[in-house]
Design a protein around this ligand. Structure first.
Ligand code: NAI
Length: 302
């Protein structure tokens, strides 16, 4: 098997001062990418900042013979996003790969969650990915090549108690992945997402027996594949943990077209509407494809 390499490529990894981002940055650099290691260097809840987290990872990469520079801007503002991409251009002259990985946690049951918890988490995860992707995507579009890997989460795709802010932001990243995949498709750009589970400071003490099997290094090979020129998929989301990888997708049941469109008729046909045990499940690939499915069902029923 030919090794998937990144000679001549430049990668930005946000939140790469520790945890998953550090592992992604090290693996990309070990395969020849020049890496911008971004990290604000704050606490798990997003408070504080420190230049040392990103700098330490740059030193690790350099000691192993790789090429990297540190950047400490926050992903959470448009100015920060521009500055991160500018830093990669200043250091290396181009951007081929963007790994949107930076993240924080402020968990609380929803009825107790105040606005500051919502703003902070949505700003870093969802707006952060938008703010860094926007200038990177423009460069990728102009050069006709790019790879973006977003970091979603099972919390947003499947739900998790106490994470209304985080789950909403992470589900938003899946939506962003779909839209950018469609916008980038004609320009050599592929955009995919991961929903990882890994032992980091974010999950310390909550993974039980799984903890010993899910080091960040077990997630990075998929990220490296999705970031590589050989990546064959676009707009997909993958569950990844401990060497297990599976595709997560949005599908819809075959559905019904109601002759009598009343709440009572809907109630009566609920089992059919919800029926996932049906070989006719649809997996729409865009809003247009969903619209076509609806139009066909309505045409067939009339
Ligand atoms: P982590 O806390 O070790 O890494 C997150 C990094 O992002 C930290 O180094 C932090 O300083 C940095 N960061 C936070 N705010 C930033 C900002 N505004 N600008 C730049 N950098 C910032 O946690 P972990 O687990 O490595 O998380 C990485 C990503 O993976 C996050 O997006 C997280 O939500 C996601 N994730 C992790 C899971 C896990 O099991 N560890 C599960 C699902 C998703």
């Amino acid at each position: 098997m030919t090794e998937l390499r990144f000679e001549g490529r430049v990668a930005i990894v946000t939140g790469a001062g520790g945890g998953l981002g550090r592992s992604h940055a090290l693996m990309l650099a070990s395969r020849g990418a020049r890496v911008l290691v971004n990290d604000l260097g704050g606490a798990l809840d997003g408070s504080g900042s420190s230049a040392s987290a990103a700098q330490r990872v740059v030193e690790e990469i350099t000691a192993l013979g790789g090429i990297a520079v540190a950047n400490h801007d926050s992903v959470a503002t448009a100015v920060g996003g521009e500055a991160i991409v500018d830093a990669a251009i200043d250091a290396f002259g181009r951007v081929d790969v963007l790994i949107n990985n930076a993240g924080i946690l402020r968990d609380k049951a929803f009825h107790k969650m105040d606005a500051s918890f919502i703003d902070a988490v949505v700003d870093v995860h969802l707006k952060g990915a938008l703010f860094v992707s926007r200038p990177a995507f423009a460069l990728m579009r102009a050069q006709g090549y790019g790879r973006i890997v977003n970091t979603s989460s099972a919390s947003g795709l499947f739900g998790n108690f106490g994470q209304a802010n985080y789950g909403a932001a992470k589900a938003g990243l899946a939506g962003l992945t779909r839209v950018l995949a469609i916008e980038g498709a004609g320009h050599g750009i592929k955009v995919n997402a991961i929903a990882p589970i890994a032992l980091t400071r974010m999950t310390e003490g909550i993974l039980g027996e799984l903890a010993s099997k899910v080091a960040p290094e077990t997630v990075s090979p998929l990220v490296v594949y999705l970031a590589n020129e050989e990546c064959s998929v676009n707009g997909s989301v993958y569950s990844v943990a401990g060497g297990r990888i599976a595709r997560i997708f949005v599908a819809e049941t075959y559905g019904v077209v109601l002759a009598e469109n009343t709440p009572e008729a809907i109630h009566a046909r609920w089992t059919e509407i919800d029926n996932v045990d049906d070989a006719r499940l649809h997996e729409p690939t865009s809003l247009d494809s969903e619209t076509a499915i609806i139009a066909k069902a309505l045409a067939e029923a009339s």
